[in-house]
Design a protein around this ligand. Structure first.
Ligand code: ADP
Ligand code: ZN
Length: 640
């Protein structure tokens, strides 16, 4: 209901189509033209013989000529008598300018005749030097020139980069990239590794496009759209392209932000244009990446025009989706990583009524993705795909593609003929932590602090049952961090209180080690503290893991209430108190563990100072085997 109202309020009339900017432009040009015409106008055209008649009848007050052209100013009688001839506004509007003009026939005689008429009929005849006329011509040219320059400038900005002047005709056109069969590289399901569930769901869409009759004959309605939901780089675009590739239909690809432009109405007209193009090529697939750029929930409150353009665009998209029949052969796929912020109208039946989840790849899927991307990499036999997959938990498909490419670049930089295991590990490190900064200036004292800090993380996590054990510790600065510890976390879906507490304790192990070793703490623990604080607040106010507050969650999955806290001042105080207690307890525990193992801490820190990088084996050497069995062989990194 509210939606319908909005749609009719929309200032953009869909029927006017994409060209109504041109109507604005035309009106502006005409107005400016009229203004110039008015002020410089010489009135209505006439000819020499009429002039003679007017002169005979005594209609003329004044005449100016420049040798080629003469302009006539009529007197009161003249105006009154010629009122039928000249439009009424001609007399009012042209008060400053001439009423009539004519071309003087060539030859001196005519000018003489004009002058004699002036004398006999008592009107002034003035000679206007040609250079003045020429000057006014120059003014004209300059004025028109400025207008053209300004116009092109505005259009360039509106048209958004690329293309010469032709761009100005394309503001309202959709920017969709079109991939057609037989042109460019075709992506099929074989190129998309993992994502079995998602592939199965989109397989159905391929079938709709290929054999629509099979469904419509049974009375089934073919869905119009599906929403691919998942974090960036997980292969949503790839999947959509693969659908087009498998179904052998054209694929229109664009991003939600391509619709957005500074002029009102551009987005809506681009949507119309996109659908028009797609209909011409149907059956076809339209893919809108980052649909949240236009599909975000429309605000309920009255706003002051700031979001009108986006809402118009969204309304147009909804209209188009409603407008085409279920068997017109267009299927819209859209991608987002925030399905929860999309407008409900978009998710309603008959629009994006299917949601397909595309998750971060798990261990097995990463193996598959590595296999796809290693196909074209010349690797030696030290490269073990399973090992690589285990080194890359939390990596998206795009990250993995990036690692494969980076590894090849690293090998090439070393002038190697093949890419080896080391190159891949370097690539992983580089992608996680940024470039190594071997020549960052660090004093000996700072280095010792970092070594103890990282050793603290290592020892505490090694000694706690539920903390993720370490596999690698380094004090080589990388990216923005001064040292790093590589963990082996489990890939788990739920986390217990014990696990969170142990992880917090391990995260505080860095600072605790500084205190145990030097009796003073540093700013180097900032990111640890940030992580721990967030975890503690989440425990108390989100996951309901705190005894005092009980099973309460103040989490708001719709993110609607950003400015007011959903709890009282008193509760806020309790939350802060409990968070403080949790962190304090974890810190004391870490300090306690490290004090008891002070010798081991010293040994490990010394090792780190000597070698800069130490591995799991060194930890076993110093600390002995962990008393509990190792779980999942996944690795995660936590920058210091
Ligand atoms: P999204 O649209 O989800 O942000 P893309 O589809 O653009 O991600 O993926 C970016 C790149 O990552 C792809 O071009 C591809 O090289 C790689 N990639 C992502 N997921 C996969 C996958 N499942 N299999 C193979 N390659 C993948
Ligand atoms: Zn740290």
């Amino acid at each position: 209901m509210a939606e319908e109202q909005r749609r009719s309020q929309s200032p953009v009339d869909p029927k006017k189509g994409m060209n109504f900017y041109w109507i604005y432009a035309l009106i502006a040009t005409i107005l400016i033209g009229m203004f110039l015409f008015n002020s410089g106008s010489d009135g209505k055209a006439t000819d020499y013989y009429k002039f003679k008649q007017y002169a005979e009848k005594g209609f003329i007050e004044k005449l100016e000529y420049d040798g080629v052209k003469a302009i006539i100013y009529l007197n009161k009688t003249g105006k009154d008598s010629l009122a039928t001839l000249l439009p009424p506004q001609g007399f009012q509007g042209f008060s400053k300018s001439a009423d009539l003009w004519f071309n003087i026939p060539p030859g001196e005689d005519y000018i003489k005749e004009i002058n004699s008429y002036g004398e006999s009929k008592g009107f002034t005849v003035a000679y206007l030097p040609p250079n003045e006329a020429a000057q006014s011509l120059i003014y004209w040219i300059i004025a028109i020139g400025i207008m053209i320059v300004a116009w092109v400038f505005i259009m360039r900005r509106v048209g958004g980069g690329g293309g010469p002047g032709g761009q100005i005709f394309n503001i309202g056109k959709s920017k969709a990239q079109l991939f057609e069969k037989g042109k460019g590289t075709q992506i099929t399901f074989n190129d998309v590794a993992g994502l079995e569930g998602a592939k199965q769901e989109v397989q159905e869409i391929v079938d709709f496009l290929k054999h629509p009759k099979k469904y419509t004959e049974l009375g089934a309605k073919i869905p119009k759209g599906a929403l691919l939901v998942g974090p960036p780089g997980t292969g949503k675009t790839m999947l959509a392209k693969a659908v087009a590739g498998e179904a052998q239909v054209p694929f229109f690809s664009l991003s939600g932000s391509d619709f957005v432009e500074m002029f009102v109405g551009v987005g809506a007209s681009r949507v119309r244009d996109l659908f028009r193009q797609a209909k011409e090529k149907a059956p076809a697939i339209i893919f809108i990446d980052e649909i949240d750029a236009i599909g975000r929930a429309r605000s309920k409150s009255v706003n002051f025009g700031s979001n009108d353009e986006r809402e118009n665009t969204l309304n147009q998209l909804l209209t188009e989706m409603d407008g085409f029949g279920t068997n017109s052969g267009i299927i819209i796929l859209a991608a987002t990583n925030r399905a929860d912020i999309l407008d409900n109208a978009l998710l309603r039946a008959g629009r994006f009524d299917r949601q397909i989840y595309v998750d971060m790849p798990d261990l097995n899927e990463r193996v598959e993705i590595f296999k796809v991307h290693l196909k074209n990499v010349k690797k030696d036999d030290t490269v073990d795909v399973d090992f690589l997959a285990r080194q890359t938990p939390g990596f998206s498909g795009a990250d993995i593609a990036n690692i494969c490419n980076e590894a090849a670049l690293i090998a090439a930089r070393k002038n190697k003929a093949t890419v080896g295991r080391e190159d891949f590990l370097d690539a992983v490190d580089r992608i996680i932590g940024g470039l190594e900064k071997k020549n960052k200036i660090i004093t000996q004292e700072e280095k010792a602090t970092i070594a103890y800090h990282e050793s603290g993380h290592a020892i505490v996590s090694w000694l706690l049952e539920h903390a993720s054990p370490l596999v690698k510790v380094t004090i080589v600065p990388r990216g923005r961090s001064l040292g790093a510890a590589w963990y082996l976390p489990e890939e788990r879906q739920i986390t217990t209180t014990e696990q969170i507490l142990d992880e917090m304790c391990a995260a505080l192990g860095g600072r605790a080690a500084e205190e145990v070793a030097f009796g003073k703490i540093s700013t180097g623990a900032l990111s640890d503290l940030e992580k721990v604080t967030k975890q503690a607040y989440a425990m108390v106010s989100v996951y309901g893991l705190n005894k005092k507050l009980g099973n309460i969650s103040y989490y708001d999955s719709r993110g609607e209430n950003q400015f007011t806290k959903p709890y009282s001042e008193e509760t806020a105080r309790v939350i802060d108190e409990e968070v403080g207690k949790i962190i304090e307890k974890a810190y004391e525990k870490a300090k306690d563990l490290l004090t008891k193992n002070k010798e081991k801490l010293d040994t490990l820190a010394q090792k780190l100072l000597d070698r800069e990088v130490i591995f799991k084996d060194d930890l076993v050497e110093v600390l002995g085997d962990r008393p509990w069995s190792e779980r999942s062989p996944e690795i995660k990194v936590s920058a210091s």
